[in-house]
Design a protein around this ligand. Structure first.
Ligand code: ZN
Length: 306
């Protein structure tokens, strides 16, 4: 518990700040193998890349290259110069976990290098909707191949398998599994040891989210490596399926707190005037004080909607 508290004290991931529209300078993380590479090895020929925004997961066999998520254009360019220093490579498969700009805005940089691009079928419309809502000019760069609930392809020796289980963080969240490496990109279905961003304007559902986390937890094993869109600075952006149940427990506590408040006649504003959930200090993050109030407001809206 002490170490977990230290994680919380160490501050917040850049991704969470970006969701709130804040910006700050970030140095590239140190790689596992080479001191100056931003590519961090995970298992086999796969690894992660962090810059600003949602984590990129990559597979690089030497021949084949698979990329999940693209960050913002700056991050996409930094990733591309690290993975393809001579610029002559092709991406065999480029996938989106969901539509948020910190995961898809870099499509403008990476899609021209991609032979195939894949997303859940709601993602392109959600990308366009988000750009309109946030006043971003230009055309959304979207994936070419769309799937409804399940998609699978072989790339070299690896099988890539994606599922959509229904609304959770958005209404287009893909869970993407690399079968041989046994690595799953959860997108933003896990904010590792952080409160969540619940995008109701994109069809989010807290009840659905709890269900997805339990489904995916059952689907994989303790040896599966999970990669998350965002993580507390100390806890990081990868882990095991146990993290999924921590996120689930956060939502259960969130709904419980909010439901009790509604039953007692407390207003949404009064309920949202908290910085951490009662009985759930693990998820309190001193670097993101507005997160729990936003989560409570989203829970209130979901619990009181017709
Ligand atoms: Zn997101």
């Amino acid at each position: 518990m002490t170490s977990r508290r230290n994680f919380i004290k160490s501050g917040i991931g850049a991704g969470a700040l970006l969701i709130l529209g804040a910006r700050r300078g970030m140095s590239l993380p140190q790689a596992a193998g080479t001191a100056d590479s931003p590519l961090k090895g995970l298992r086999g020929n796969m690894g992660t890349f962090e810059h600003q925004g949602g984590t990129i997961l990559w597979l690089d066999s030497g021949d084949e290259l698979v990329v999940v998520d693209t960050q913002f254009p700056d991050g996409a360019r930094a990733f591309w110069s690290a993975i393809a220093p001579k610029g002559e490579r092709k991406i065999d498969l480029l996938m989106n976990t969901h539509h948020h700009g910190d995961h898809t805005a870099g499509m403008s940089v990476l899609k021209p290098h991609a032979l195939r691009s894949v997303a859940q079928k709601n993602v392109p419309d959600l990308q366009r909707q988000q750009m309109k809502q946030s006043g971003v000019k230009g055309e959304a760069v979207t994936a070419d191949e769309l799937f409804e609930t399940e998609w699978k392809a072989a790339v070299g020796k690896e099988n890539v398998h994606a599922w959509y289980y229904g609304p959770a963080h958005t209404s287009g969240d893909a869970v993407i599994h690399f079968e041989h490496a046994d690595i799953v990109h959860m997108g933003d279905l896990v904010f590792n040891l952080l409160p969540a961003y619940i995008d109701r304007s994109a069809g989010a559902s807290i009840f659905g989210w709890i269900d997805r986390l339990e489904t995916v937890h059952k689907q994989f094993s303790d040896s599966t490596i999970f990669v998350y869109g965002h993580g507390n600075t100390g806890a990081g952006i990868s882990g095991t399926r146990a993290d999924l149940l921590v996120m689930r427990d956060f939502f259960t506590a969130l709904l419980d707190y909010t439901q009790k408040g509604i039953a007692a006649g407390t207003s949404k504003d009064d309920l949202a005037r908290i910085e951490k959930l009662p009985g759930f200090p693990e998820h309190f993050n001193e670097g993101w004080l507005t997160a729990v109030p936003m989560n409570v407001a989203a829970a209130y809206e979901e619990l009181t909607e017709e």
